[in-house]
Structures are given as structure tokens and as C-alpha cells.
Design a binder for this molecule. Structure first.
Ligand code: DX5
Ligand code: ZN
Length: 209
């Protein structure tokens, strides 16, 4: 299972957090982008990340929690992320966004909120690389995992072999909640469980156990 470390709770000291992630075997840095449209928060304007690839070799996993993030694709693609994920609920034309991201040579993810069914995105599964199942309401780090989202991870896991996407989960993931989902997900996004600690690698090891 791949580990993507969310730095949302370390918003005010990104560099220090990333230096600590660099010392671990985490696979990705998860960048939560908010522009006060889809959520009422702001995080990681692209300027705050402009030289990120100079201080980390980790791959980037960008998560837009933004309404109609068309112009953001242009901006964040310059960071050369492996994935850009947008919310199915936040765009008017899902195919358009899949194409815009693919045109940049970046892998495409679709995120679904706790109350959104897999059915809403089923027709897009052949064309995407990742489904991000939100296990909290988007907006803040440090929320509790919502147990009633795990059935969707199982559902997607069972559909996966027919297509080419991976299943990821985001929100409230720790050494306990991981046990509810580890059979169904290929990647987990974990923030505060890792970044609230002084030893990031210890926490990552607990997730991987
Ligand atoms: C929630 C974000 C998550 C969050 C994860 O809106 O998309 O990436 O920061 O953080 P934890 O693990 O603290 O829930
Ligand atoms: Zn996220």
C-alpha cells in the first residue's frame, strides 16, 4: 500500500514538514488545494509551492477541493505532480476535466464525498487513474474517519480489475481505521496521524503493518 502524507495541518510550516517527510519512505506528498469556493478554507496557493521540487524528491499527489478548477490545472501542472484529483461534485463536466488533466500528461483522479455514491462516477472509471474516497467531509485535517464510507472502497476494489484505476482513501486515517480499509485500498492519504508526531516514519510503519 502506498502512503501519501497530507501536509494540510502543517500549513504554516510546509518546509519543515516536507523535510521530515523526506526522511521517510512515504510515496507521495498530498497537497490539499482549497480556494474558498468548494470549502471555506484556503490552502497551498501555487506560489507557496513554486520551488517544492527543489526540496523534495517525493512525488506529488494534488487534491483540488475547488469549484470548476480549470485554471488551477494550468497552474499546478507546473509542479509536475503524478496525480491531479478533482471532486465529482465540484465540476459541471467531468469528461472535460479528465481531458484537461490528461492533456498535461498527468494522471487523473476523481474524488467522491462521503455522501456521494460510486454510481455517480461509474461511467468515468475506464478513463481515470485513481478514485479518492473521502472518509471525512472535505476541508480540514484532523477529523474523525466516517465508517460508512468503507463500503464504497470495497465496491471500487471489486470493480478495479476491469479497469486501470487505483483506490485511495482520504481523511481520518490512523493505525486503527486503516484496519477497516486495508483490504480495499491501494493508497491512503494520512495527515495528522503522521504529522502530529515527532517521528513520521514510526507512524508510517504502523500504517503499513
Ligand atoms: C481533508 C483533506 C485531507 C486531510 C487529511 O479535507 O482532503 O487530505 O488533510 O488529514 P487527516 O489525516 O488529518 O484527516
Ligand atoms: Zn486531501
Amino acid at each position: 500500500m502506498k502512503i501519501s502524507v497530507s501536509i494540510l495541518k502543517e500549513k504554516d510550516n510546509i518546509k519543515e514538514a516536507i523535510e521530515k517527510i523526506n526522511l521517510t519512505d512515504a510515496d507521495y506528498i498530498h497537497i490539499d488545494v482549497q480556494d474558498n469556493t468548494y470549502t471555506s478554507n484556503v490552502s497551498f496557493p501555487v506560489d507557496s509551492l513554486s520551488n517544492i521540487n527543489e526540496y523534495t524528491n517525493k512525488k506529488l499527489d494534488v487534491h483540488f477541493m475547488c469549484l470548476e478548477p480549470e485554471s488551477l490545472i494550468e497552474e499546478y501542472s507546473k509542479l509536475n505532480p503524478e496525480y491531479i484529483t478533482f471532486h465529482a461534485e465540484a465540476v459541471s463536466n467531468i469528461y472535460k476535466y479528465i481531458q484537461l488533466i490528461k492533456n498535461k500528461g498527468i494522471k487523473v483522479g476523481i474524488a467522491i464525498n462521503p455522501e456521494t455514491d460510486v454510481n455517480k462516477i461509474i461511467e468515468y472509471l475506464p478513463y481515470i487513474d485513481l478514485v479518492l474516497v473521502m472518509s471525512v467531509t472535505p476541508g480540514l485535517g484532523g477529523q474523525s474517519f466516517l465508517d460508512n464510507t468503507t463500503y464504497k472502497m470495497e465496491e471500487l476494489h471489486n470493480l478495479k480489475d476491469r479497469y486501470n484505476f487505483i483506490v485511495s482513501a482520504d481523511g481520518g486515517i490512523n493505525d486503527k481505521t486503516i484496519n477497516l480499509i486495508k483490504d480495499y485500498v491501494d493508497m491512503v492519504v494520512s495527515g495528522s496521524f503522521i504529522t502530529d508526531s515527532n517521528n513520521y516514519q514510526d507512524k508510517i510503519d504502523l500504517l503499513k503493518e
